[in-house]
Design a protein around this ligand. Structure first.
Ligand SMILES: C[S@@+](CC[C@H](N)C(=O)[O-])C[C@H]1O[C@@H](n2cnc3c(N)ncnc32)[C@H](O)[C@@H]1O
Length: 355
């Protein structure tokens, strides 16, 4: 017969075992949740539910799809807290209503569909080849990933949908008065340049990116009507000359794509380029000093190996040190998108501007 203390330690071990297998299952099944989200977005599920709650059969008719598989998708979305169910009707959760309804300004569904699903998700098996040390994927970088116009347009438009929200947040939280020109290095769709230029009438911007990306950026700038204040230049930011004249440089989602040698070279170039009092802003996924997270940042960095095999999971301390070694002063680090990104500011010495 088991003694009381033996009972409790056995029960504790069982509970701990249950928790452990539950958390491992959550990781192993995570990709099914990703596909449920992509499927729901593709079907327009959240947009269909944006005006009023709906029962299964009415929803099946609205979306013109079989109610059997739809019922499974709906249950999955309820379990993932994307939808709620009152016993009869399904509704969007507050998060889905805010970010996944196509007609809202805060819609980010195209980021998940056009970049995360169509490019990163579908290329993830190649990361396993990369980790096995097989040769072909090691050559993978942005230039080889964005090799055809269709993939590039999907990537850049998807990035635009994902970056507009953070860009608006940056433009609201940063005082950029006193700066006259922004160099948005690896600026992609120009989302950050667009929002910063809208915020400050004194600021103009140059978006620098690969030629195939800039071809899409120019279309997006035409659509926003900001072509007068934002221009584009193309090349490889590691080796080609950058347009002169900027006193503010932004690198958003760039430094994590590159290994330490490239990182140090690029940071040294930004320092040499900037005038005294110039400022460098780095916005990126990074890991806390003890490498315990943020979880979503760590996950994204793993996925980013699909577009850049040189991706590194830098800690914020490592980035801060690299900036100081490049000569920058007053390097500050702050969390930016919760559980995902950091904003790092660094000043080139001079009479410091208050930003
Ligand atoms: C994830 S996107 C971020 C775009 C933009 N900075 C933003 O935050 O929305 C990374 C961008 O960096 C560009 N990029 C990466 N390496 C580059 C290089 N060596 N030269 C020029 N552009 C590069 C890519 O083409 C891509 O547009």
């Amino acid at each position: 017969m088991l003694q009381d203390h033996e009972h409790s330690s056995k029960e504790r071990a069982e509970v701990e075992g249950d928790d452990a297998i539950r958390s491992i299952s959550a990781i192993a099944y995570g990709f099914m949740g990703s596909q449920a989200l992509f499927a729901a977005l593709e079907l327009g599920l959240f947009t269909s539910l944006s005006d009023e709650p709906c029962e299964l059969e009415a929803l099946a008719e609205k979306l013109q799809m079989p109610s059997g598989p739809l019922s499974v998708l709906l249950s999955t979305c309820v379990a993932l807290r994307l939808l709620t169910w009152d016993g009869q009707r399904y509704s969007n959760s507050p998060a889905a209503q805010r970010f996944l309804v196509r007609t809202t300004r805060s819609y980010v569904g195209d980021y998940y569909l056009r970049q995360i699903s169509s490019l990163i998700y579908s290329s993830l098996p190649q990361v396993r080849s990369l980790l096995r040390g097989e040769s072909e994927p090691i050559a993978r970088d942005y230039a080889s990933t964005l090799a055809d116009p269709w993939t590039t347009e999907e990537f850049v438009r998807g990035q635009h949908a994902g970056s507009l929200g953070p860009a608006i947040l940056l433009s609201r939280s940063l005082d950029i008065s006193g700066f006259s020109q922004l160099l948005d290095l690896g600026g992609g769709s120009g989302a950050f340049a667009i929002e910063l230029v809208k915020r400050s009438s004194e600021l103009s911007a140059v978006v620098f990116d690969l030629p195939q990306v800039v071809a899409v950026t120019e279309k997006i700038l035409q659509e926003t009507g900001l072509t007068g204040r934002i221009t584009c230049a193309s090349g490889d930011l590691r080796s080609d000359p950058w347009p002169s004249g900027a006193d503010l440089i932004l690198m958003s989602y760039i430094v994590s794509c590159y290994d330490p040698t490239t990182l140090h070279t690029v940071l040294a170039r930004t320092y040499d380029y900037l005038p005294p009092d110039g400022q460098l802003l780095i916005h990126d996924f990074a890991i806390s000093a003890d490498r315990s997270g943020p979880r979503n940042a760590a996950l994204f960095l793993f996925g980013q190996l699909t577009v850049s095999a040189q991706t590194r999971a830098y800690t914020t301390d490592e980035l801060k040190t690299a900036l100081q070694e490049a000569g920058y002063h007053q390097v500050t680090v702050q969390p930016f998108i919760p559980d995902l990104t950091f904003l790092i500011r660094a000043y080139k010495p001079g009479s410091v501007k208050s930003v």
